[in-house]
Design a protein around this ligand. Sequence first.
Ligand code: CDP
Ligand code: CDP
Length: 223
Amino acid sequence: MFMQKVIAIDGPSASGKGTVAARVAAALGRAYLDSGALYRLTALHAQQQGVEWTDEAAVAALAAELPAEFSGSRVWLAGADVSEQIRSENIGMGASAVAALPAVRAALLQRQRDFLGVAGLVADGRDMGAVVFPDAELKIFLTADARVRAERRAKQLHIPCTGIEFERILSDIEARDEADRRRAAAPLRQLPDARLLDTSHLSIDESVKQVLDWYRELSEPTA
Ligand code: CDP
Ligand code: CDP
């Protein structure tokens, strides 16, 4: 059976997909694709161009010509470093809105596939295993309890894990996950051929080790 040299890691917001995927990519000497960044960049680009996130044709036209560049963990839009700007929850909501539009997803499809070079790829997002790399050699659904995920996001933003601001982070995460699950186009879900990695009680190191163990199990011939 044909298998692409791709480890596809999908899952809900703030579960640790990006951190784990980037670490696994570095350990294996592979390229890394943060597919969510493309949807975030599209949302920011639309906002800057005065285009509504619901205007499917106009947003898709912008996505098809997205003036984005990636280098390491930094990302540029039309020459400006927007690495921090695209991480706001407002742009996260915008990303979720534009990601529900089939024409936008189609416009970004080839761009995501172009990240796969000879060294192989580790890709994270919502539909890496289902749509972008259906023949990935290893598919993982990486998740954690919503409250644990909200705590991780709060720590990233230097916000205490109690109080109104924390509760807002939790409800924003739950609202975005719910929208991503309910949409018709590439909904967030665990595929039958994906392995479940619940990191609620796992450190980053333990999560990375589990992915690498699964990868080695697949790539080493059994005795
Ligand atoms: O990409 P995604 O939104 O799924 O999550 P992330 O940005 O990689 O991770 C969110 C935060 O959780 C980061 O600050 C990670 O360092 C942290 N994290 C953690 O504390 N424990 C894990 N097992 C995985 C991630
Ligand atoms: O970091 P976090 O998990 O919060 O979000 P992200 O991976 O940067 O993705 C932002 C939004 O883009 C998600 O809520 C999804 O709606 C959308 N997305 C998608 O539809 N398909 C992907 N492959 C990646 C992201």
